[in-house]
Design a protein around this ligand. Sequence first.
Ligand SMILES: CSCC[C@H](NC=O)C(=O)N[C@@H](CC(C)C)C(=O)N[C@@H](Cc1ccccc1)C(=O)O
Length: 619
Amino acid sequence: MTRLVLDDLYRIAVPSDPRLRPDGGAVAYTLTTADRDADENRTEIWLAAPGTPPRRLAEGSAARWSPDGRTLAYLRPVDGRPQIHLLPMDGGEPRPLTSREDGAGAPVWSPDGTRIAFAGPVTTGAAAHAPVVADRLDHKADGTGLLRGVSVHLFVVDAATGRTAQVTGGDFHAGEPSWSPDGTRLAFVANMEPGRDLEAGGAAYAVDAREDAEPERLTDPELICAGAWWLGERLVVAGLKGDPVGHVRLFTLGPGGPGEVETGLDRNVMIGHPGYPGAVPALLGDDLLFCARDRGSTHLYRAPAERLVPEETSVSGASVAAGLIAYVAATPHSAGDVYLARPDGADEPARLTDYALDDVELFTPGRRTFTAPDGTPVEGFVLRDENATTPGPLLLDVHGGPHNAWAPIFDGVHLYHQSLVARGWTVLTLNPRASDGYGEAFYKAAVGAWGLADTQDFLTAIDDLVADGTADPERLAVTGYSYGGYMTCWLTTRTGRFKAAIPGGCVSDLTSMAGTSDMGFQLKTYECPGDLAAQSPITRVGEVTTPTLVLHGENDDRCPVGQAEQWFAALREQRVPVRLVRYPGASHLFILNGRPSHRFDYNERIIAWLEQWISVSPS
Ligand SMILES: CSCC[C@H](NC=O)C(=O)N[C@@H](CC(C)C)C(=O)N[C@@H](Cc1ccccc1)C(=O)O
């Protein structure tokens, strides 16, 4: 057995989006790997079943079973645009179903299996050099760039003929569709308000799937909807009730309006977004199955509060059929595997795949609870060689969000954690206030007080690890991405204890951020209302002395690269050792799903910068 090396990035395979065949006999899922030669991420459709090794079915993603289980619909790129293809499971080649110039979205079969709905882009056809006009703040989106008038609408395609009809239209974006039980309507979430860029909004709608009809609005403004799904006869909505910053909850829509689903948990419902593991709610018999984050890990629950997966697993996708549950979960030993479980808990879940690097011995994180000066318990994870006996170099890694959270699992993004620990470092991943998984009050505890409310959570944890002989106070370093990059900058304005700092995808100036981020308005209005300067690292950049490596995606529209440039320029002018590295074409999520070479380089540079400024052996 060896320790992980960064080159293992090219060996890691991560399953996602598991879909159980209607008879419960097999699971189709997407498998993502890094293609070194093409320098891109490859996605394939695989099939796993009890008692047989997984097998590759096709290049593509978003596999969806037909109701009779005989066909898989999935997305496959054609001339750079995703198109729906149909793969007969009794043999034969896949056949293209859609051929839209703008491409198609994830297929959603109608209950009778005759049609497929999807949400797809509708472009204006303007020339690439045409002037780009914006009347609202939602004129760009990270990962897409300038929207140029593009909107996303619902389509229905005949599964036999491929005849495609547009169902919604207009100046709004329609979310993922869900069929009514009788196959006549589609539910979806959208914000159709003309002033939608200046509010936290999103309502549930239903629209006739058979003809050109106006969508019917189903929810009122105080329910900020994130998703809507017909689950049996129930129309279930995930959303925020009133406050744009808070836990996502589940509601069923009925004649008397939305009724909150009793989950029995003070936890955030996770429907699944990149970097925020979770799954769309589902029906398990008459019960509701949902994901919620608890103490860092996303778990699968049967309402009201029955956890269906072991504690040290974090779920990122689930599907129910024939009374069984298929899900993808990461553990301390694997970035993800496919499991099949019986909800009665009689047996351990069956692991259908084995994507762990079986020749690599991973360090496993230990859960620790620290106590902030105000008495607040703050949980974190310490990754350290169990044979280490003397104080050594410590890297504090700050998660993003701020409403994200670290979990005690192995992930394919932060490979530098394992590599550093193998070189004698300790890595502390902390869930300070504003982290997800510790109740709504904790989640909201830094609103309007970014940096001001959470700094002591970090410093206390470091003090404790110095005091117990884990960390050498002369060899401390800090890094973090997105909000973690913000906090990295912030901490170096408040203390000189760090000998090296590496902010990734950072925020340095909330005032310029508010006017240039694709979520700038939401940021300044809901997450950090009030004095932006007081919450901005740039305000006290003059106090920074820590050698700093600034890493940033060139095409980051969430935290624009100007945030990195401002920080770099200020430190350079102060003659603080500083380096700025920009990743061409990279969006905010590039460390998660960007070019493999960029992800490798990001990890490699962090290690090199740390070793340049901090010795692994005591001075
Ligand atoms: C309303 S503005 C913040 C929206 C969202 N917050 C969620 O907690 C967000 O995008 N936060 C950013 C930082 C913020 C713009 C200052 C962020 O931290 N995003 C994610 C992005 C990410 C996820 C996984 C891998 C790479 C990046 C994060 O780091 O959690």
